[in-house]
Design a protein around this ligand. Structure first.
Ligand code: AMP
Length: 213
């Protein structure tokens, strides 16, 4: 099962992607998480990516594509994977299509988690992320058991720089300009499914499961 999650930043695609990965026993591949891990470990890639991420801009395709192409060829991806935050541009989508077609494969589902911009801005202000393991929470919809502390590893929860209101606005603009065209791209491939992302997240998940079968 090869799945792409589409949707604006803050639409909840990461939360859904993690649940899909666990239910279908396939890896969850989040380019945002990979970049954040690189930033934390002080790698060259992390240093370069941070400059773009802190401004709400996209990391250039040449730093992003090879990383994902290598990852999806690892052994744990043989039964499929769920991509979260990739592709984000048409060139990235084309790179993915081409890499898969070389090995006689293709993506099977592109799931667009649809949420209007006005809901997104409100949601992102409530988002909190663990400084250590990257687990994400929401003050209202997914609160940690203990305020300000990660359930998984006990580290501190923070509002990510790229979730701050001014950066969110920029990320939404970038989303509409560069990522939204992917909806038509995958519609053209006949694999697009749209789910309403404004309903409670258990319902969003149930709707996704029913379309995955
Ligand atoms: P996310 O956690 O998916 O919201 O990603 C956080 C940030 O990482 C984005 O705002 C971008 O700066 C960067 N990023 C993640 N995935 C990509 C991608 N596929 N292409 C370019 N930049 C990305």
């Amino acid at each position: 099962m090869k799945i792409i999650m589409l949707g604006a930043p803050g639409a909840g695609k990461g939360t859904q992607a993690k649940q899909i990965a666990s239910k279908y026993n396939i890896p969850h591949i989040s380019t945002g998480d990979i970049f954040r891990a690189n930033i934390k470990n002080g790698t060259e890639l992390g240093k370069k990516a941070k400059e773009y991420m802190d401004q709400g801009a996209l990391v250039p395709d040449e730093l992003t594509c090879d990383l994902v192409m290598d990852r999806i060829q690892e052994a744990d991806c043989k039964n499929g994977f769920v991509l979260d935050g990739f592709p984000r541009t048409i060139p990235q989508a084309e790179a993915l299509t081409n890499a898969l077609s070389k090995i006689g494969e293709k993506m099977e589902y592109a799931i667009d988690v649809d949420v209007p911009d006005e809901n997104i801005v409100n949601r992102m202000g409530g988002r909190r992320a663990c400084v250590n393991c990257g687990a994400t929470y929401h003050l209202v919809s997914i609160p940690p058991k203990k305020e300000g502390i990660c359930d998984t590893c006990g580290s501190e929860l923070i509002l990510r720089d790229d979730d701050k209101p001014e950066t969110v606005q920029k990320r939404l603009t970038v989303y509409h300009e560069q990522t939204q065209p992917l909806i038509d791209y995958y519609k053209g491939q006949g694999i697009l499914h749209t789910v309403d992302g404004t309903v409670p997240m258990e319902e969003v998940f149930a709707n996704i499961v029913s379309l995955l079968g």
